[in-house]
Design a protein around this ligand. Sequence first.
Ligand code: AOF
Ligand code: ZN
Length: 348
Amino acid sequence: MDRAFELAELGKPYVRSNPAVGCVIIHKDTIIGEGFHREFGGPHAEINAILSVQSGDIDKLNEATFYITLEPCSFVGKTPSCANHLIETGVKHVVIGSLDPNPKVHRRGVQMMREQGVYVEVLNYAQTNANLNPGFYSAMLHGRPYVTLKWAQSSDGFIGQIGQGSVPISGQKSRRFTHTWRSEHHAILVGSNTILEDNPRLDVRLIEGESPQVIILDRRGCLTGNEMIFSLGREVWIFSYEKKEIKHHRWITVDSDKHLIISVFEAMLTEEMNTLFVEGGRQTHQAFLDGPMWWDELRCFTSKKSLGEGIQAPMLPDDSAPYKTLDVGDDELIILRSKQTWQNFISL
Ligand code: AOF
Ligand code: ZN
């Protein structure tokens, strides 16, 4: 199963809203096939694994054991049902990492195979699967993207100085971390104050990787289109209560009775995006923290520098539990996770 998860990882950057899934086929202690879900809309892990089996080994498939990181799908989506395909191939023994949180599949994949006499074992890899596919779990179980808030604070708890735009708080190593995280998310979101004060690029440049979709919350329509973010050749989405247009960018005017964040969630899921990285500023972070379960993870750098005064970092919510702590050069990185979110993810 560890090998199957290693394979799943390889597909991670390309599967968009689908889960990354891996599959290993073993016959008498020998691996005869391996595969993973390589791209959104493409064949699933099990199918790729079967395709990798050499012609001389095909007749061994009905005596082989399939190790699959996630429950095989039970419905015809963009691709045919894997559970069906395994049954038709004559597979007799399947070991799966954990059940699929997709309500269309959950337990049905297992049931379909058991009804046809396949011996199915379900292991306890829900945590591993959720760590690998937080966006997929969040979309399936909470109906919204997985939301990670990130900020850097001084040793005395300030994230910036009032009216001074961007002040460097965290060190170079922390910035590289941030760029890696940006590349691992489908979208990055900031408030319009951050655009007006810091004039950021919000791209990935310190490491190799793809830049996420930029989303800006601009309640009152303060952006002009002359800010740097609009000149980088990437389409920006702006969510506002005001009507406006910025050429070559997507201006989304939201009804006054709807929260901008809800509209962001809806637009992202429609575009098959399910991971959102929120880089601030203060009001924007607070809006997510104040919402009804609108955040899942906090990543907070604390530097050794003190600022003495300024804009205070958000209070850590009661629901947060420490997940990881790391020394990153001169800064300390603390990652916290919402207890509620992760309880929901792993108690399937
Ligand atoms: C599997 N193996 O490798 C993956 C699965 O639209 P489709 O046909 O690509 O189906 C997507 C759904 O299939 C997705 O929501 C999830 O429930 C499951 N993903 N299942 O058997 C795979 N990636
Ligand atoms: Zn499938």
